[in-house]
Ligand binder design. Structure first.
Ligand code: SF4
Ligand code: SF4
Length: 264
């Protein structure tokens, strides 16, 4: 059986392979494609089980995300390249590119912000996110987004991620093996892409696609969105979790994401 692409904006394994380092052997590419297929199908099963087992609509997106984060973290721990990561707190060249999320991830971030901060602070955060959304509207392509060098709204002043526990799946799967190469690429987009952990990148995106496929099969929105716009919509929709679970088009009009890149 061929598993369908999650939606027309989730690029699937072939597009992800376009990010594989030059010179990767055919054997390794084929191994990565197997990892992708296995992981995606496992996540489809996990999310389908969660959908079946969750009676309370308001908790569904939370449970789907928690389950997807769990598999993502397990796979990250298992990565053979883990010991060679160049990433560390305060290093954030990668947090200036478009990040894509599923609806449940955006709802989870909005709920976490709502829970963590008093209303006045949440209003300030909302304003920063809204400013980003406005700016992003003028950046029609991935290239334009990169050229703008727009920092993620959740990038803290110390270079850390202010929503670390709720950071998107693609952020969890983006790890460079060469910090200097990340900086060089940020400064000069003509430089080669930094070498990343292709296993982690592929596995994390497979989890995301698995979620998307399973929720679409259940008649809910499994499309992938540019993170700021989706989070803004979720902040502005206090009952977003229950509405999404009922199959409503909570993210109508939000910018979809065609990016297969992530940030770490
Ligand atoms: S991916 Fe690159 S820029 Fe991002 S934390 Fe890792 S080394 Fe730093
Ligand atoms: S890790 Fe992701 S969510 Fe966090 S600051 Fe970086 S790009 Fe933003």
């Amino acid at each position: 059986m061929t598993t369908p692409a999650p939606s027309d904006d989730a690029a699937g394994a072939d597009a992800l392979m376009a990010h594989a380092p030059a010179g990767m052997s055919e054997e390794l590419k084929s191994g990565l494609l197997q990892v992708y297929a296995r992981t995606r199908d496992r996540q489809i099963g996990n999310t389908a089980s969660t959908l079946r087992a969750t009676a309370e609509p308001g908790t569904l997106s939370d449970r789907i995300v928690a389950d997807a984060f769990r598999l993502t973290e397990n796979l990250m721990q298992a990565s053979p390249a883990r010991a060679s990561y160049a990433c560390g707190k305060g290093c954030s060249w990668c947090c200036h590119q478009q990040v894509r999320v599923s609806g449940p991830e955006a709802i989870g971030i909005a709920d976490a912000l709502r829970e963590a901060y008093p209303d006045a602070w949440l209003a300030q955060i909302r304003q920063v996110v809204a400013q980003r959304v406005e700016r992003i509207e003028g950046l029609p392509t991935i290239r334009a987004y990169l050229e703008a060098r727009l920092p993620c709204a959740f990038l803290a002043q110390d270079g850390g991620c202010s929503i670390y526990d709720w950071r998107p799946i693609v952020c969890r799967g983006y790890h460079s093996l060469d910090r200097a190469a990340c900086q060089e690429k940020y400064v000069d987009l003509a430089q080669p892409a930094p070498p990343i952990d292709s296993y982690a990148h592929m596995a994390a995106n497979a989890v995301l696609h698995g979620v998307a496929i399973a929720v679409e099969a259940a008649g809910k929105d499994g499309r992938l969105y540019e993170m700021h716009g989706a989070v803004l919509r979720a902040i502005d929709t206090p009952d977003a979790a229950a509405r999404w679970a009922r199959g409503e088009d909570v993210f109508a009009g939000c910018r979809r994401s065609a990016s297969v890149a992530g940030a770490g």
